[in-house]
Write a protein that binds this ligand. Structure first.
Ligand SMILES: O=C(O)CCC(=O)C(=O)O
Ligand SMILES: [Fe+2]
Length: 333
C-alpha cells in the first residue's frame, strides 16, 4: 500500500469520518488465452486460471487473444476521431434511453461531476445494428465493426472457459450467448487539470452482463474487489484486454462469482479513450441461477432477470445501488 494513501486512510478513520477507499497497487492476473486453443492439458490450466481470477479478483487481463494490433489500434483511432468530430460539431444526442440503438452525450450522473463523453450502441449480430452506427468518421463502421466481431469471438471463448470452470460445461447456454446482446460503449475522458482535479471520469458501478471486455488507450480504470475497500488501478499493458465479471454472471453462478465494482479516473498525463464490450443474453431472455449450482448448502440467491429488467430498473434506482444485482438478492433466513 503506498504510504500516502495509507496514512490518509488512517487519518480519516481517526476523525470518525467514513474511511477513504485506499488506493492499492495489488497485482491483477494476466492470463495467456492462447492456451485455450492448445492441447487439453494447457486448456485445462487456462480454464482454471480464468475461474480462479473471476472468483478471487472479479477480473483479469488477457494476452494472446488472437486480435491483431492493427484491429485494436484501428478501433481506438476511429473512436478518437469520432469524439473529435462530435466535439467540433458540438453534437449531443442526449437521450438517456439506453434502448436507443445509438446515443452520444456528455453528461453528469449521481450528482457527481463527470467529464466523460460517450457513445453507446449495440453490435451483435453486426448486420442488424451497423446501419445505426455513425457514418463519420468514414472509417468508423469498418474499424469498429471489425473490432466488435473480434470481441464477440473472444467473449464466446471466455464464457466457454468460465462455464466449464464452474462445472456447467463449455456448451452451456452456447446458442443463447451467440445470439445475445453485445453492447459497445466508447468513453472519452479529458486529461485531468487543476480545474478537473476533483472530478471523476466515471462513477463506481458494475456492468449488467456476463462479461465486459475493455480496451483502454492509457491508464484510468480502477477496480474494487467485493470484499476490499481499496481501489486498484488497472495497468494499460500494451496489446492486453481487461475482462471483468458482470451482474448476470454473479446470478448465473449463484453468487460463486461476484460482479466487479469499477470506476474511471482522469489521467493526469493525457486524454483517454476506452472501449467496453458488454456481453449478455438477448434483451428479453431471463438469466437465472444455474440449477446445477443450487443445493441444500447453496440455496438460490437471486431472482431471475433480463437485460430489459435492468433497463427498467436504471432510471429510478441509479442513486440507490452501485450494482443492479443487489436488487435481485433473495433474502435467505
Ligand atoms: O473507461 C473505463 O475504463 C471504464 C468504462 C466502463 O466502466 C463502462 O463503459 O462501463
Ligand atoms: Fe463499466
Amino acid at each position: 500500500m503506498p504510504a500516502v494513501a495509507g496514512s490518509l486512510y488512517m487519518a480519516s478513520q481517526q476523525k470518525g469520518v467514513p474511511p477513504l477507499p485506499r488506493l492499492l497497487a495489488r497485482p491483477l492476473p494476466v492470463i495467456n488465452m492462447g492456451r485455450l486453443s492448445m492441447d487439453s492439458a494447457s486448456q485445462a490450466l487456462a480454464v482454471q486460471d480464468i475461474v480462479l481470477a473471476c472468483r478471487e479478483r472479479g477480473c483479469f487481463q488477457v494476452v494472446n487473444h488472437g486480435i491483431s494490433k492493427s484491429c485494436m489500434k484501428g478501433a481506438l483511432e476511429t473512436a478518437s476521431e469520432f469524439f473529435q468530430l462530435s466535439t467540433e460539431r458540438k453534437e449531443e444526442f442526449a437521450s438517456d434511453d439506453i434502448r436507443q440503438p445509438i446515443r452520444y452525450t456528455t453528461s453528469s450522473r449521481d450528482g457527481i461531476s463527470m467529464s466523460r463523453s460517450f457513445l453507446k450502441h449495440y453490435a451483435n449480430p453486426l448486420d442488424d445494428w451497423i446501419k445505426f452506427w455513425p457514418q463519420q468518421p468514414s472509417t468508423y463502421r469498418e474499424k469498429m465493426g471489425e473490432y466488435a466481431v473480434e470481441m464477440q469471438r473472444v467473449s464466446m471463448q471466455l464464457m466457454e472457459a468460465t462455464l466449464q470452470g464452474l462445472g456447467l460445461g463449455p456448451l452451456y447456454l452456447q446458442e443463447k450467448l451467440e445470439g445475445g446482446v453485445q453492447f459497445i460503449a466508447l468513453n472519452n475522458y479529458p486529461q485531468s487539470s487543476a480545474k478537473t482535479a476533483d472530478e471523476i471520469g466515471l462513477a463506481p458501478h458494475s456492468d449488467y452482463g456476463f462479461l465486459t471486455i475493455l480496451l483502454q488507450s492509457s491508464p484510468g480504470l480502477e477496480v474494487m474487489h467485493h470484499d476490499d475497500d481499496a481501489w486498484t488501478p488497472v495497468p494499460a499493458i500494451p496489446g492486453a484486454l481487461h475482462v471483468h465479471v458482470g451482474d448476470h454472471l454473479e446470478v448465473l453462478s449463484n453468487g460463486q462469482l461476484k460482479s466487479l465494482i469499477h470506476r474511471a479516473v482522469l489521467n493526469p498525463n493525457e486524454s483517454r479513450i476506452s472501449i467496453a464490450s458488454i456481453h449478455g443474453l438477448s434483451i428479453n431472455e431471463e438469466v437465472h441461477c444455474a440449477e446445477e449450482l443450487i443445493d441444500e448448502h447453496n440455496p438460490k440467491m437471486y431472482r431471475g432477470s433480463s437485460f430489459q429488467d435492468f433497463l427498467n430498473f436504471l432510471p429510478a434506482n441509479i442513486n440507490k445501488y452501485k450494482r443492479f444485482v443487489e436488487s435481485l438478492r433473495i433474502d435467505t433466513p
